[in-house]
Design a protein around this ligand. Sequence first.
Ligand SMILES: [Mg+2]
Length: 216
Amino acid sequence: MKVFTLPPEPLGLVFDLDSTLYTHEAYARFQLDVLVRRLARERGEAEDRVAALVKDVRDRRRRETGSETSLGTVFMELGVPIETSVLWREELIVPADWIGADPRLREVLAVLGEHYAIALLTNNPRSVGEASLAALGVRDLFGPVVGLDDSLRSKPDPAPFRLIFSRLGLDASSCISIGDRMDVDIEPALALGAGAILVEGVLEVYKLADFFGKGT
Ligand SMILES: [Mg+2]
């Protein structure tokens, strides 16, 4: 866990979903592969050729910008509108096929929820985010959920961060973004004046109640 600036009196916790609220490498890989496969079908090209194209765009943007590019943005560059990315994800990603109830996560979030407003900000569509929370058995512990289809911009764009802060009815300066990716979850939140905590996965999320002094 790496803690960046924290608000003096935090009111809201904004969680990332994938590789934050659950850790599942095969599911993470599936989410990439299934979308590459869908794009290959759309273009009438071999999957490995499209996978190489995606990698080329990512590598070039990393050189140009010094940071990672979201898959939605890579797909936009390859001619797939963000609305189409949303539809493909809704069709192809079924969270309950991969993740299940996590009582330990529920216990920690329930404790945190007594002290903070809890929200989800994901680069997946909102319906996939909500289905994931349901599969994990924690949907009722979350307030607002903002997904790719809400702002039509993916993190690290500041737009979805602004939207989730406004849905919480809070200033960025009283919120903390919690996620597994420095460039996607942490840097944009810090740039907007929020606090941020980088986690390596759900095992570190389990430690947050203790971290905030609200031990279970
Ligand atoms: Mg993540």
